[in-house]
Design a protein around this ligand. Structure first.
Ligand code: ADE
Length: 239
């Protein structure tokens, strides 16, 4: 069982997504569990304030350290060294390889931010900081859901067929190439002959080449870090 502890001021955003979707199925099947903790419940002042004005002045509000520390300390983590992630636009760009690493852990804690950001001292609780892209969202819930979704589907038993998780974009560092289903011809668009041929060796070669072509055209930055065969190199040189 893989457990996600999510610290958030908007727990319904997390639970509504995680109760529907494939993640919900994974929860019902007992493969994963998503628990939420609201720092507002850990405030001790009458106003239940979770944010305050920034020292030094400036626009916006900053999340206060006390409620976040108290929330974190109230979580019954299985291990003191399990990953603790803060979602922030200043984090390391999240990649499929991180999802693969995190899927091997049995427990993750994720902090979602809001307003102008966290008091810097909250960061001391985290072992990693991740961004889901170079844009700013209103809060860390969507980014946390992105991580939960990307990790959950790699936990065995959450997605039906494990092979469909192995063979897809990014698993081998390539974007996935074109796919087709029946009919063989639709409005004049024809499914390539080779994948209807039944020749598994030729089909595997075609898939590899189409994945290489798509990656080279759309994400040339990914090509540099690939493990390429002589045949791959020749193919790429000719497109
Ligand atoms: N919080 C706000 N924007 C974010 C982003 N792009 N990635 C992660 N956390 C965020």
């Amino acid at each position: 069982m893989h457990i996600f502890h999510v610290i958030t001021l908007f727990p319904q955003l997390i639970s509504s997504y995680c109760e529907t979707s494939i993640v919900g199925r994974g929860q019902k099947a007992g493969k994963i569990e998503v628990k939420t903790y609201n720092p507002r419940d850990f405030c001790t002042d009458n106003y239940r304030r979770v944010d305050d004005t920034p020292y030094g002045g400036g626009a916006g509000m900053v999340l206060k350290p006390e409620p976040f520390y108290k929330t974190f300390e109230a979580i019954e983590r299985r291990r003191q060294d399990s990953p603790v992630i803060i979602m922030t636009p200043q984090g390391v760009p999240f990649k499929h390889k991180f999802a693969q690493e995190l899927a091997h852990e049995d427990e993750l804690t994720i902090f979602c931010g809001h307003y102008e950001g966290f008091d810097e001292r909250i960061r001391k609780l985290a072992s990693e900081e991740y961004s889901i892209g170079d844009y700013v969202l209103t809060g860390g819930e969507l980014p946390a859901l992105v991580i939960i979704d990307a990790v959950s589907r790699l936990v065995p038993g959450v997605v039906g067929k494990n092979a469909s998780v192995v063979d897809e974009s990014f698993a081998d560092g390539l974007l996935e190439g074109p796919q087709y289903t029946k009919p063989a011809e639709f409005r004049g668009m024809v499914v390539p002959e080779v994948i209807r041929s039944g020749d598994h060796k030729e089909i595997a070669r075609w898939r590899r080449q189409e994945a290489l072509r798509r990656t080279a055209q759309r994400r040339p930055d990914l090509i540099a870090s690939l493990d390429l065969s002589e045949e791959d190199r020749k193919f790429l040189a000719d497109i």
